[in-house]
Design a protein around this ligand. Structure first.
Ligand SMILES: *[C@@H]1O[C@H](CO)[C@@H](O)[C@H](O)[C@H]1NC(C)=O
Length: 312
């Protein structure tokens, strides 16, 4: 094929644009790390080469910031506890060590909005059955079967909960998380499992989810029922988090992430939340991060939600 000169120009311009986007727009870069070291007082960044997220190109990386925000926001206060009952520190891991599932890794799929809720429902099944019901519920059930959202291209966390309430979800053994590479799979039909041949085709449900907002409301819900999902604003610096108590210091707004709030504490007079992310155990503090508590840092305390197990 011979290109005429105007087409040739287009090719050159496109190549330049794509090249520069790849070089300059990656929010994980040396300058970002230096900037964080200079500005952050309570947390430390990961070097670019040790950051597991730096294996993704900027397009893949942005795609994995998959939460689309919140559809509605009607807050409830859990009244199982009084303010005075709230301890200075708390962690689901210490309360229910046998019910905590491993930190998830979404890899190339923008699944955080669904992965977090599914993990919470799995853990709440265990917690609320006194450790009897151990399940790994299937995120693929939501990615592939929830037509109101966009699978690995993202979705609304509250709709993921709606899907768990209205349609139910299978177990990981029955429908494994195969879209880690970023491609959405087919919703299983004819009531057959896709994964392990002898896995049982059974759906697990959530009660309609509740919203919680504000520090104390979230704390009481954690103590009463188990971990809670939050939807928070992601800035460029967050992706380079390594350890400490995160507070936004630099970088542009990139979108929203979901995280699983599992506890809280105080260090050097600074109050923090402990939360799990979806980047595997090599990111942050073994897959977890801490973030400033009590000031709605990055909207961390304004859009949190969770439902409870409901047998069929
Ligand atoms: C859930 O997954 C974890 C980690 O992959 C595994 O160790 C555990 O045995 C699984 N639990 C069930 C009930 O299948």
């Amino acid at each position: 094929m011979v290109l005429n000169s105007s087409k040739m120009w287009l090719v050159v311009v496109l190549a330049l644009v794509m090249g520069s986007v790849t070089c300059f727009l990656n929010p994980i870069n040396e300058e970002m790390v230096e900037n964080i070291k200079e500005k952050a007082k309570s947390w430390a960044p990961m070097e670019v080469h040790e950051n597991p997220l730096s294996s993704k190109n900027p397009f893949e990386l942005i795609k994995t910031i998959g939460s689309k925000g919140i559809q509605e926001d009607i807050s409830l206060e859990n009244d199982d506890f009084d303010d005075d009952d709230i301890p200075e520190s708390y962690n689901i891991k210490e309360q229910w060590p046998d019910c905590v599932i491993p930190v998830q890794n979404q890899e190339f799929c923008g699944a955080d909005w669904a992965l977090i809720g599914v993990g919470i429902l799995s853990e709440r099944y265990c917690i609320q059955s006194g450790g009897e019901t151990k399940l790994n519920l299937s995120v693929e059930s939501i990615l592939a079967c929830d037509d109101h959202d966009w699978g690995c291209s993202g979705g609304y966390p509250d709709r993921a909960w709606d899907h768990m309430t209205d349609s139910g979800i299978l177990t990981e053994e029955c429908f494994p998380f195969e879209s880690k590479d970023g491609h959405r799979s087919q919703c299983p039909f004819q009531n057959k499992c896709v994964g392990t041949a002898d896995a049982e085709y059974k759906k697990y449900y959530s009660t309609p989810f509740n919203f919680f907002s504000g520090e104390k409301s979230i704390q009481k819900e954690l103590m009463a029922n188990g971990p809670v999902q939050t939807e928070f604003q992601v800035y460029g610096d967050f992706l380079s988090y390594k350890s400490g108590i995160y507070q936004h210091v630099t970088g542009a707004k990139l979108g929203f992430y979901s995280a699983k709030i599992v506890g809280w504490g105080v260090e050097d007079d600074q109050k923090y939340w402990v939360a799990a992310s979806v980047h595997g155990e090599n990111w942050g503090e073994n897959g977890y991060f801490r973030i400033l508590r009590g000031t709605n840092e990055c909207n961390f305390e304004s859009s949190t939600m969770a439902g409870n197990p409901r047998e069929s």
